[in-house]
Design a protein. Structure first.
Length: 104
């Protein structure tokens, strides 16, 4: 599967970013879009690696990856199907926008 990567600055620090991400994803699940299905999350690596695993389908396109938080940035490394390669830039942009909302 093709990979994508994007990151945003993290002025909030690890703990605030983690709290913001958790709250954001809980709210997203509660008010979820009908276009997003099969969402899963994995916080098991958070304490050791400051990493959060995720997967979901948006409009039938499977997206999975890991969000890693450092003191100065939030990074997303993910995989998308070949059929979604033409949307790679939009997917990365969408993650940047949503992560910015989550940690602000």
């Amino acid at each position: 599967m093709p990979k994508f990567n994007t990151s945003i600055p993290n002025p909030a620090g690890k703990d605030k970013a983690k709290a913001g991400l958790k709250a954001f994803f809980e709210k997203a699940k509660e008010f979820g879009s009908k276009d997003v299905t099969d969402a899963t999350e994995d916080w098991s690596k958070w304490d050791a690696d400051s990493a959060y695993g995720f997967s979901f389908k948006k409009m039938g396109i499977a997206i999975k990856g890991t969000i890693t938080v450092t003191d100065d940035k939030v990074n997303v490394d993910g995989e998308i199907p070949f059929a979604a390669m033409m949307f790679k830039g939009k997917i990365e942009e969408g993650f940047r926008e949503q992560l910015s909302k989550a940690i602000s």
